[in-house]
Design a protein around this ligand. Structure first.
Ligand code: GBH
Length: 511
């Protein structure tokens, strides 16, 4: 009898699927011709060569060498993907995929070993020149992030992003970079995920330098990073844009926060403002400045706790103006969604200050959501749709570059769940575009497996798998690489396309 029930059950499922009740979007859909597709990496996560050719120590070198170790499996980025030596293979992979651009980052301590422009390291510069020239040879645009988390250790010893002098240090470094590479690089990102640098680096201790000083340190960092970014933007705008002709902006990590029920919708909005409004509001809103809800809540809490002033530093009116409008596009890294409810119990009591107490909400993930290998990464495509809609409405429809989106596994070439993730997220991107969102570019994170920060090499995000046992760190395309290539080639999203992985991935004509 059981089989009969099963038959009926699967019959119903099949009917629902075919009738598009449970999977409404299965038709083949097109991206506009001008939409750019690329893939991303970051210096510390792939380069290796941590102490050669004049490069000095950065905060991830220091952290990953710490004993007893704090990185999973005691992994380090000492060799990583060996890209310092294998950059030609990296470009070959981009050509195999037929991509329009490559988003990568520069290592500050490789270019400026003293952290300052008194000495420019010719060999480090040569590496990036080689990479940029190799890309341009094949018509692949370099999209360059100036800072993706690998602060020179010396600057950390001087307080890192909590010392306001870093505004000048970063601007000086930016000038060197524009001078060196701006003749060929036309897309710049100042800072990757400023909020994660501050909150996870100085507040919760998840990322280097792993400080736990929440409620104070991340707020100092927020302000300094915004000003550093803004100064670098103005430098480019005033002195380089007219002769180099590029565009420049910041990259923000955006999570969707969904209220667990209607009554918590204000809590969800507060969380969005604390999490990414902290950068979006000062840069993209008409009024500028930190979000009002952050200013209000942190000031009130600080007072109740007996502080003489708000733990959130203020901007002067001149600084608000300096920061406003300093991004030519919205650089959007997106992975996942969380649920939110108001946590009233902490309101009004003296608890040790922290940002989560200041915002007064609890976030969590629905246990029914599919999980990637990274515990924080749940598959919720509609969250991205809501983000794109909100950005369009709140910030007057800015051009959007999706600068990261991707899924982690524990490894293996048959990565069907990554394939499904990409397809379902691209589907909602098309929905938002149909409704008017101005999305110019899409970037897969990541071109290849890499050092996943405190998780070392245990979580894999690559379209290409990296063999960390082989000395040259051999790269092999996963199924997702074949599928992404077909999406890019046809500018079409076809949920039914099945690649033949027995045929090696090759470079198509014109790439
Ligand atoms: C991006 O940031 C980075 O730009 C990139 O370098 C990275 O490899 C990629 O995403 C994939 O992770 O819930 O306490 O465990 C990701 C930033 C850092 C956000 C870890 C979520 C988890 C905090 N993420 N964080 S916790």
């Amino acid at each position: 009898m059981i089989w009969l029930y099963q038959l009926v059950f699967y019959g119903v499922c099949f009917y629902l699927a075919e009738s598009k009740i449970v999977k409404p979007r299965q038709e083949t859909r097109k991206f506009p011709d001008g939409m750019l597709f690329g893939a991303a990496t970051a210096a510390y996560q792939i380069e290796g060569a941590w102490n050669v050719d004049g490069k000095s120590e950065n905060i991830w070198d220091r952290l990953s060498h710490q004993e007893p170790c704090v990185i999973k499996e005691c992994h380090t980025g000492d060799i990583a993907g060996n890209s310092y030596y294998s950059y030609k293979r990296d470009v070959e992979m981009l050509r195999e995929l037929g991509l329009d651009f490559y988003r990568f980052s520069l290592s500050w301590s490789r270019i400026l070993p003293t952290s300052f422009p008194d000495k420019i390291n010719a060999k480090g510069v040569q590496y990036y020149n080689n990479l940029i020239n190799e890309l341009l040879k094949y018509n692949i645009q370099p999209m360059v992030t100036l800072y993706h988390w690998d602060l020179p250790q010396k600057l950390q010893d001087l307080g890192g992003w909590t010392n306001p002098l870093i505004i000048d240090w970063f601007t000086d470094y930016s000038r060197v970079v524009f001078e060196l590479f701006g003749d060929r690089v036309k897309y710049w990102f100042t800072i990757n995920e400023a909020r994660q640098i501050c909150y996870e680096g100085y507040g919760t201790g998840g990322l280097a330098p792993m400080y736990n000083i929440s409620g104070y340190a991340e707020y100092l960092c927020y302000k300094n990073i915004l000003l550093a970014h803004a100064k670098a933007y103005h430098l480019y705008n005033d002195e380089y844009r007219s002769k180099q002709g590029g565009i420049i902006g910041i990259v923000t990590f955006v999570t969707w926060y969904e209220p667990e029920s209607e009554e918590h919708s204000e809590a969800a909005e507060d969380m969005r403002q604390f999490d990414w409004g902290v950068y979006a509001n000062p840069i993209f809103s008409k009024k500028g400045d930190f979000p009002q809800v952050m200013k209000d809540r942190i000031a009130l809490k600080s007072m109740a706790q007996g502080f003489p002033r708000s733990r959130l530093p203020q901007f002067t009116p001149e600084e608000v103006e300096l920061v406003k409008g300093t991004s030519d596009f919205f650089g959007l890294n997106h992975y996942t969604t969380s649920l939110v409810y108001r946590n009233e119990s902490v309101n009004g009591y003296y608890v040790s200050p922290s940002q989560s107490d200041d915002v007064g909400v609890i976030t969590y993930k629905d246990s029914s959501w599919e999980s990637a290998a990274s515990s924080w990464l749940k598959v919720v495509p509609w969250g991205l749709y809501k983000i794109l809609t909100k950005i369009r409405e709140d910030y007057d429809n800015p051009p959007i570059f999706i600068t990261e989106n991707g899924f982690s596994t524990l490894g293996g070439l048959e990565d069907d769940r990554r394939v499904a993730y990409y397809r379902n997220y691209l589907d909602v991107i098309l929905d938002a575009m149909e409704e008017g969102s101005d999305i110019r570019a899409y970037t897969a994170w990541s071109l290849m497996d890499n050092f996943e920060w405190d998780n070392g090499y245990t979580e894999r995000f690559g379209l290409y798998e990296v063999d960390y046992e082989s000395p040259e760190r051999t790269r092999t395309p996963r199924k997702s690489a074949y599928v992404y290539k077909e999406i890019v080639r046809t500018h079409t999203l076809d949920h039914h396309y099945e690649p033949d992985m027995s045929v090696p991935i090759t470079i198509d004509e014109g790439h």
